[in-house]
Design a protein around this ligand. Structure first.
Ligand code: ZN
Length: 206
């Protein structure tokens, strides 16, 4: 244990996901030795995530403007939606270069044990988009929804729940990523090739 500000910093860093006590200590001492300018940049970046980041009004991913780059891009196919859990999953799918549609970010997955029910997710917003009453006026003819929730228990539960709701939309094709993704993992940990294959080999659910 160290004293004062150094220990405070180690404690705060240790709260971050994936950072154990040893890493927290290493990062803290790295910062201690860093230039004032570097620290300032880090400080600014941290500040900006609370002041400058908002969520796209259409898909819910993190965005600098009212609409994210994908939703604002007229070249992206507005008839295909890829439903993911988190903004980081949008990046994972984008990295594959296999998808030219748009996204819908749920903001998590159903997890009754942790108290995350359907109302905590952006499911109402998804239904509004499918019903043609979402904020984007060009999204009046969504024909396919790809459910790309994580390949783990919560992701599967969320997918089944969504399928039940989406069946109410006549003529809508509902697809799920092909198998081959490591079970129990996060979408973001799948490599581009595997995720790209899962996407292009997606299967229709009925
Ligand atoms: Zn968007």
């Amino acid at each position: 244990m160290f004293e004062g500000p150094v220990q405070d910093l180690i404690d705060e860093l240790g709260r971050l996901p994936g950072i154990g006590p040893k890493s927290a200590q290493r990062i803290a001492f790295h910062l201690l030795a860093a230039d004032r300018a570097d620290i300032q940049r880090l400080q600014d970046a941290l500040q900006k995530i609370k002041d400058g980041v908002r969520f796209c009004e259409v898909c819910g991913t993190v965005s600098e403007k009212e609409r994210c780059r994908v939703c604002a891009d007229p070249r992206r196919d507005p008839t295909v939606l890829c439903v993911v859990e988190e903004p980081k999953d949008v990046l994972a799918v984008e990295r594959t270069g296999e998808f030219n549609g748009r996204y819908h970010v749920l903001g998590g997955a159903l997890d009754p044990l942790a108290g995350v029910g359907p109302d905590a997710l952006r499911i109402r917003e998804l239904l509004a988009r499918l019903g043609g009453t979402g904020p984007a006026s060009d999204e009046t003819g969504i024909t396919e929804v790809i459910i790309a929730t994580d390949p783990n228990t919560e992701g599967e539960a969320t997918a089944s729940y969504l399928v039940r709701l989406l069946r109410e939309f006549p003529g809508l094709t509902i697809t799920r990523l092909a198998s081959g993704l490591p079970m129990g993992g996060d979408l973001e940990f799948a490599d581009e090739l595997t995720l790209g294959r899962a996407l292009s080999g997606r299967r229709a659910l009925d």
